[in-house]
Design a protein around this ligand. Structure first.
Ligand SMILES: Cc1cc2nc3c(=O)[nH]c(=O)nc-3n(C[C@H](O)[C@H](O)[C@H](O)COP(=O)(O)OP(=O)(O)OC[C@H]3O[C@@H](n4cnc5c(N)ncnc54)[C@H](O)[C@@H]3O)c2cc1C
Length: 427
């Protein structure tokens, strides 16, 4: 079989970007993709709208990653957010910046980003072979020679593993690459779902089904100590706590659960009012409804699905006359509104996790080139590496940047090798 300069395994954002960059620098590139089409996960990203990156500054950007993004400095120096936006623009895809610096595909369709990358690889004569699941790497004496797919060897000057993590396996990211890396000696940081809904230790009542809350804050306490807090939207979905603020807190919560720590989420349903102000507000509501029932006041304080939950949890009778409500009832209600506690016992499965925390240890990857420190000519890019970030476009930028850097480094290495070989031949 003819040997290619670069064999990319996985046609996600990282693999496609690496292929594009390497082809631009003159390499012959072949991509092996197990699914029938490339980049399925990118196509559903950002709720189908594709949050490609974020306009945060370099230092701010890094803070959104595990280990403060130390491993990613070289990749982001090689290609950062503005370069990514320029790249897409030069390939005919416009983007738009929204709240929180999130940069989306302007048309609101993530699949257009997929189509754009697909066109970009075709234009550069990259050979994209779909429906080709790689089953193993070809390694001899700590040197990667290529990979095997469908029993057939694919030889290459360099091989890039860009197979993603384990989340949303239906998109093709099943963790294969992590197993290949493990098989040739790489340390794997235990993969865990990140950016995922959290499961409370109580069964949430039917009334909470699909309830969404705005302008609330949630605090994560690990072993009783505040670990993080977020303000914004949350929801109750399929018996879990979900929504943006919970998803953000889940990165730390899942790690804590994995280490056997106690995990609690305290929701403040009235973050704009401190205890004293909230007490005055409740008292006023009671006075204004002095002839009414407890349920009337609760209705003013909470959205529909939450009212019944509140009464159930506090064991209060909704028909209780306001005139019978005691100071103790008021205190209970106020505390519930300010500190609604959920003990967390688990999280939603891989099928629903947005990213994978863990993966190939960054200690065994050269951050300036993305090459393995153990196996020559083997490179990594994207979510397969032990990098993960908050929501906001950070994860896709990391996939694109590590792919770009790997493509650049591989082009240089392959060219140097060819130059050395031809110089050797000339002598
Ligand atoms: C629902 C959802 C929404 C998201 N939204 C956003 C967002 O808006 N913004 C953001 O920044 N991030 C988002 N993410 C995360 C982001 O999509 C990923 O971090 C990113 O796609 C990782 O890119 P990757 O190229 O490393 O891997 P992947 O996108 O996972 O691509 C890996 C590719 O490798 C292929 N592959 C796997 N095994 C093999 C094999 N053995 N042989 C051949 N090919 C193989 C897979 O089929 C796949 O095509 C979202 C994730 C999900 C699940």
């Amino acid at each position: 079989m003819k040997k290619t300069d670069l064999l990319v395994i996985g046609a996600g954002p990282a693999g496609l970007m690496a292929a594009i960059r390497a082809a631009d620098l003159g390499l012959q590139v072949t991509i092996l993709e197990s699914m029938p089409k490339p980049a399925r996960k990118l196509g559903i990203s950002g709720k189908g709208r594709g949050n490609l990156t974020n306009t945060a500054s370099f230092n701010e950007f890094l803070k959104h990653f595990n280990n403060d993004g130390r491993f990613l400095k070289s990749a982001f120096k090689a290609m950062f957010n503005t370069s990514l936006v320029d790249f897409f623009s030069s390939e005919g895809l416009q983007t738009v910046e929204e709240r929180g610096g999130r940069v989306f595909v302007a048309s609101g369709r993530a699949t257009e980003a997929v189509a754009c990358l697909h066109r970009a690889v075709e234009k550069r004569n990259v050979q994209l072979l779909v429906g080709k699941a790689v089953s193993s790497l070809m390694i001899e004496k700590e040197l990667c020679l290529g990979a095997v797919a469908g029993g057939k060897p694919y030889l290459a000057g360099a091989t890039l593993l860009a197979t993603g993590g384990l989340s949303y396996p239906a998109t093709g990211s099943t963790g294969d690459g992590i197993n290949f890396a493990r098989a040739c000696g790489h340390e794997i940081v235990t993969p865990l779902p990140a950016l995922v809904a959290l499961t409370p230790d109580i069964q949430l009542p039917e009334c909470l089904k699909d309830v969404a809350l705005r302008n609330v804050s949630a605090e994560l306490r690990i072993n009783g100590k505040k670990a993080a807090a977020e303000f914004g939207e949350m929801a109750f979905l399929d018996g879990n706590l979900a929504g943006p603020i919970i998803i953000t807190l889940s990165r730390a919560a899942v790690q804590a659960l994995h280490h056997g720590s106690d995990c609690e989420i305290y929701v403040d349903l009235k973050p704009a009012l401190d205890h004293a102000k909230l007490d005055r507000r409740i008292l006023r509501d009671f006075e204004e409804n002095h002839a009414g029932r407890l349920a009337d006041v609760i209705a003013k304080l909470l959205p529909a699905g939450m009212r019944q939950f509140c009464l159930q949890q506090l064991n209060l009778n909704p028909a209780l006359k306001i005139s019978q409500v005691t100071a103790e009832h008021r205190r209970l209600l106020r505390n519930w509104l300010k500190e609604l506690k959920f003990r967390i016992s688990g999280h939603a499965p891989w099928e629903q996790a947005i990213v994978t925390a863990g993966g190939v240890s960054t200690r065994q990857i050269n951050q300036a080139t993305m090459e393995s420190k153990l196996i020559k000519n083997l490179y990594f890019a994207g979510e397969i590496i032990d990098i993960d970030a908050d929501t906001g476009g950070y994860n896709l930028q990391a996939a694109f940047s590590t792919g770009w850097l790997a493509g650049s480094a591989i082009a240089e290495a392959v060219k140097n090798k060819k130059a050395t070989t031809s110089a050797g031949t000339a002598v």
